[in-house]
Ligand binder design. Structure first.
Ligand SMILES: Nc1ncnc2c1ncn2[C@@H]1O[C@H](COP(=O)(O)OP(=O)(O)OP(=O)(O)O)[C@@H](O)[C@H]1O
Ligand SMILES: O=P(O)(O)O[C@@H]1[C@@H](O)[C@H](OP(=O)(O)O)[C@@H](OP(=O)(O)O)[C@H](O)[C@H]1OP(=O)(O)O
Length: 301
């Protein structure tokens, strides 16, 4: 029995009869193939990635496992439709906090139509993509008590897209905090999980640095409009369960193109920028938890 995922934070969602991803109880994520080139491009990417001998084994864990394609009933009620069958990277978490960060200051690929390039450029300009090298595409922050809907915060995508550097710092700090998540800029994040989620030898920063090392040398693919997904489970971490630990996964390969022997400097630049934000949060003392608002006022604890 396929159902609508609870933990999807961005992209097309299978709500209100729209075509979107579904999950099963066996840890699979069914992403419908879009009818234009995007669906077939993403299938081609997974096929070539999985048969590409130049991809180091250590890098495979940053990509969802690909189980091929399957024709199943579409979420919009239109009948049978081909879907990518992927590992559901959220399935091992009871109630994950999730952040989707679309990497790159440029989301359009060189071979795209003028119309598509314009659409992307317009969005790159009005969001934080050009200024920061990435934009937050989706977020779900869970409070410390599991399975209580009123303790989670899933901000509107428009709120997320044009964040300033200070806003991003605040949001990333909230992502690793135990206090009630909210849009309220005056709420001081306690960063209770900063070491467990961002720091440490298995934390987000180490994972991003491992990815960065690969992006510094790989000249196989250019990952336009691809996202870094960060997930962890607060309740499991509080209970000392290692299964709640943070993972980094790359998702959305509809616009991956052949690198033609060149470094993916667009992705690499965005990744370095995200890494800098996260390292700064790990390094900043606790009394810097409260970050200036847009007027430059510092909020107190
Ligand atoms: N393998 C996966 N396992 C679990 N969740 C996933 C997986 N892939 C994607 N998601 C969830 O779905 C969201 C959207 O994914 P994705 O970007 O692939 O979809 P999309 O419809 O192509 O998005 P867009 O409209 O931004 O191009 C992600 O932010 C994440 O929450
Ligand atoms: O609607 P489309 O054509 O599928 O394009 C989506 C776009 O609508 C979506 O923006 P938004 O609706 O979420 O604001 C883009 O996501 P971001 O929010 O991360 O920018 C998608 O990336 C677009 O899809 P694509 O990348 O395939 O052009």
């Amino acid at each position: 029995m396929l159902k609508i995922p609870n933990h999807q934070v961005a992209g097309h969602k299978a709500i209100d009869g729209i075509l979107g991803p579904l999950i099963d109880d066996s840890g699979n994520f069914y992403k419908p193939l879009q009818n234009d080139d995007r669906g077939s491009n993403e299938v081609s990417f997974y096929e070539s990635f999985n048969s590409e001998p130049r991809v180091p084994k250590s890098i495979l864990k940053y990509f969802p496992i690909f189980h091929g394609t399957k024709i199943v009933n579409a979420s919009d009620g239109s009948g049978l439709h081909p879907h990518l069958v992927l590992e559901d990277v959220a399935s091992c978490y009871p109630n994950p906090s999730v952040m989707d960060v679309k990497i790159g200051s440029r989301t359009w690929y060189p071979q795209a139509s003028e119309e598509y390039i314009k659409k992307c450029l317009d969005k790159d300009r009005v969001t934080s993509s050009i200024t920061l090298g990435f934009r937050v595409s989706g977020l779900k922050l869970v409070g410390s008590v599991a399975n209580e809907d009123d303790l989670s915060w899933q901000p509107d995508r428009k709120f997320l897209q044009n964040l300033s550097a200070e806003d991003v710092k605040l949001l990333l700090s909230k992502f690793v905090s135990s206090n009630m998540p909210s849009e309220d800029a005056a709420a001081c994040p306690d960063r209770a999980f900063v070491e467990k989620v961002f720091g440490g030898s298995n934390g987000v920063l180490e994972q991003l640095l491992e990815l960065k090392k690969w992006f510094e040398v790989q000249t196989i693919f250019h990952f336009y409009s691809c996202s870094v997904l960060m997930l962890y489970d607060k309740e499991s971490l509080l209970n000392g369960k290692s299964s709640g630990g943070a993972v980094v996964k790359l998702v959305d390969f509809a616009h991956v193109v052949d690198a033609e022997g060149a470094i993916d400097h667009n992705f690499l630049g965005g990744l370095c920028s995200l890494i800098k934000f996260i390292s700064d949060i790990i390094a900043s003392p606790d009394d810097e938890n409260c970050i200036s608002n847009n007027n430059g006022t510092k909020y107190e604890h």
